[in-house]
Design a protein around this ligand. Structure first.
Ligand code: ADP
Ligand code: MG
Length: 321
């Protein structure tokens, strides 16, 4: 592993969450509909992501783990117009640079799958019986960079970061996700379940019968919103999911405009749980920052905030309570 690879890996791979994010996004990009994630010791000991996606062509498996190997496309600016999550072709290379990786994969046209074990410079390739799809096992995270390893949080904290990520991905994509910690099932979401069902499952059972939804358009933006109308549990901004062109973002301003509308209608209401899907032409967005950061800027943002405020307020009419 070259120094350059290690440095570059550090940029993308910070903790088990970053690995799971890259692997699950790859699974989604490969049209998987079932994705299973299992961690041992918060992912520090082992992470396994398996999917029922396209699989990787036998002759490009090893290449897929080289830097800048992407079957996808594009530059940074195209991020929010791309159908794919991946675009730089460096995730697998970065993961391989800071851990030990085994990949097993099978495409539809083959009878047997291929298993490749990467261990430093040693690469072992063999055949394996499996279904179509890909299983990637990552162990010994940061074995070659002890300082990074020291900066990891406790197993529980690392596992809960992964859990939060998987909730974001489960709400934002029409897929089934299973999440296991030390062989115990933490949650399983189902493909084709509604956003309301996912919110009740992943945020709180108390949301049942208490989610209002609306659609809103202005000149630049289309919004589909799902917002709780109750205060039955201690909510916080963790229960707020904002997607722009299907990618999760953080926007305190958007949260605040919805919170203001909510608290003006709901007695004692402070933090509504909500899911927002905003869609727009990519040229209305500025992603002039690192792709792993979740902040972006919007054209005509004030108008968007104002329209969200008004629509939220109108949808939470007191006579609905
Ligand atoms: P990127 O996603 O930016 O293309 P990655 O390093 O994440 O780069 O992946 C490299 C390539 O490996 C992908 O472009 C894809 O062709 C292939 N690949 C990775 N994971 C999977 C998967 N789960 N199923 C099918 N192909 C995959
Ligand atoms: Mg990728």
């Amino acid at each position: 592993t070259s120094t350059i690879e290690k440095i570059a890996a550090g940029e993308v791979i910070e903790n088990p969450r970053s690995i799971v994010k890259e692997l699950v996004e790859n699974s989604i990009d490969a049209s998987a509909t079932n994705i299973k994630v299992s961690l041992k010791s918060g992912g520090i000991e082992e992470i396994i992501v398996s999917d029922n996606g396209s699989g990787i062509d036998d002759n490009s498996i090893i290449l897929a783990f080289e830097r800048h190997a992407t079957s996808k496309i594009l530059s940074f600016d195209d991020l929010y117009s791309s159908y794919y999550f991946g675009f730089r072709g460096e995730a697998l290379a970065s993961i391989k640079a800071c851990s030990k990786v085994t990949v097993s994969t099978k495409t539809i046209d083959r009878d047997l799958g291929t298993k490749v074990q990467f261990n430093e410079l040693d690469i072992k390739k063999s055949e394996i019986a499996m279904n179509k799809g890909t299983v990637i096992q990552v162990t010994n995270l940061f074995y070659n960079t002890p300082v990074r390893k020291k900066f990891l949080s406790s197993e529980n904290v690392e596992a809960s970061k992964v859990s939060e990520l998987l909730k974001e991905l489960a709400i934002g994509n029409n897929i089934s996700i299973e999440y296991y910690l030390d062989d115990k099932l933490i949650f399983k979401t189902f493909k084709d379940s509604t956003i309301e069902q996912k919110m009740i499952q992943l945020i709180s059972k108390n949301l049942e019968g208490h989610i209002i939804s609306f659609e809103m358009q202005n000149e630049l933006y289309n919004v589909k919103a799902y917002i709780s109308d109750n205060t039955f549990f201690r909510a916080n901004r963790k229960n707020q999911y904002i997607y722009v062109n299907n990618r999760i973002i953080d926007s305190k301003d958007i949260s605040i405009s919805i919170e203001k509308a909510y608290s003006s209608i709901i007695p004692n209401g402070k933090f509504p749980s909500f899911v927002l899907f905003i869609s727009t032409e990519a040229n209305n967005l500025d992603v002039n920052i690192h792709p792993n950061k979740k902040n972006i800027s919007f054209s005509n943002f004030e108008q968007l905030l104002e329209d969200l405020y008004i629509s939220t307020k109108n949808s939470l009419k007191p006579d609905d309570l």
